[in-house]
Design a protein around this ligand. Structure first.
Ligand code: FA5
Length: 333
């Protein structure tokens, strides 16, 4: 019996001295586990003589087990409380702290202009197609009816990569690629970046964007071109937009015109030239096997930068490509 009391005492002191729940688990298995010391005492029952002695010994082991178990549980509850409090303190979150601000990007003002052009021309039945910026010289000039060494090429002095390839100077370069693959009737447009070796100023950059559209069908005339460009101007700039056409020369159209717009509200009511246009030169159509007795077509090419310049009164187009967020953040859809 004394050995039971002694072991019980030993377990109780160990419990009192433990200061972590992990420590308590070790004590539990040492004294109360299947092969623990208190259970181990029951093996001594066999050496007792009388059944009364055996019963009394068994009862004292059971009692010791129950007392140690109860003490373990109550200590465990206390330690757990402390450990939880510590854990909460460790994991405390200051909910009043400002969160990490998410920077949500938005589309560039030139992309917004391109999106609007796509909606407007798409609505008129033109099909949008992507086109390459690195272009074969033959599409940029040769296929567009530029005679070799024609001075008109000097207007579009550019960056040659080698004798065959160049950075395109005009999205009109895409026309030849389309005529090679598609047969009339067709209505196609493309939007993209162009490069010219320019004397850079407020209205000219070395890198800029154009939209080029062309339509080939039976009986297409200047009337269709003018009507299309007038409808385009109104959709882009409002119902009071007026358009002006003046004769101009481009080797790939005959007749050729320049195209300007004006509205009462924008650009102080002054004319702004958006680009060039005309009826596709019959030489080009014939070159691609299109029967010019049956078909004719128009084409126009406009500067994309000119559109937000007009709409928002931007006076220097170089700002579009300088990536100054203070400038760019002003423009929303
Ligand atoms: C052309 O590029 C012709 N391909 C347009 C065309 C297409 C005519 C189809 C007839 C038929 P031009 O060089 O004028 O034409 O350029 C057209 C427009 O692109 C200009 O009016 C202007 O708005 C814009 N643009 C031209 N060069 C620059 C530049 N360096 N920086 C910014 N915009 C430019």
């Amino acid at each position: 019996m004394d050995s039971v009391k002694a072991l019980q005492q030993e377990a109780m002191s160990a419990i009192a001295a433990a200061n972590t729940t992990a420590g308590l688990r070790e004590i539990e298995s040492k004294y109360l586990g299947k092969s623990g010391l208190i259970i181990g005492l029951t093996r001594q029952i066999g050496s007792l003589k009388t059944s009364e002695e055996k019963a009394a010994f068994g009862a004292s082991v059971n009692q010791a087990r129950a007392l140690v178990q109860a003490e373990l549980e109550s200590r465990q509850a206390k330690l757990k409380e402390g450990e939880r409090a510590e854990q909460y303190e460790r994991e405390r979150i200051d909910v009043t702290m400002p969160g990490a601000r998410l920077r949500v990007g938005k589309e560039h003002v030139l992309q917004l202009a391109a999106n609007k052009i796509k909606r407007v021309l798409g609505g008129m039945g033109f099909q949008y197609m992507e086109s390459p910026e690195l272009e074969l010289v033959k599409y940029n000039f040769g296929a567009l009816n530029y005679p070799p060494d024609h001075p008109a090429m000097d207007d579009q002095d550019t960056f040659y990569v080698d004798d065959e390839y160049m950075l395109r100077t005009q999205t009109t370069a895409f026309q030849g690629r389309v005529f090679e693959k598609m047969k009339p009737p067709l209505r196609v447009f493309t939007i993209g970046r162009n490069y010219r070796n320019e004397a850079v100023d407020r209205t000219h950059n070395h890198t800029f964007h154009q939209v080029d559209a062309f339509m080939v069908d039976e009986g297409i005339s200047m009337a269709h071109l003018k009507g299309t460009l007038r409808a385009f101007a109104r959709e882009m700039f409002g119902d009071d937009a007026t358009v002006r056409f003046r004769p101009d020369f481009f080797p790939f159209v005959e007749p050729g015109v320049d195209y300007s717009i004006s509205t009462k509200k924008l650009n102080d009511g002054k004319w702004l030239e958006l680009g060039g246009a005309g009826l596709i030169h019959p030489n080009i159509l014939e070159e691609y096997g299109i029967d010019t007795k049956r078909y004719s077509g128009f084409a126009f090419g406009l500067g994309v930068e000119r559109i937000p310049m007009m709409a928002y009164g931007v006076t220097d187009l170089r700002q579009f490509l300088e990536n100054d967020m203070r400038f760019l953040e002003q423009f929303r859809d």
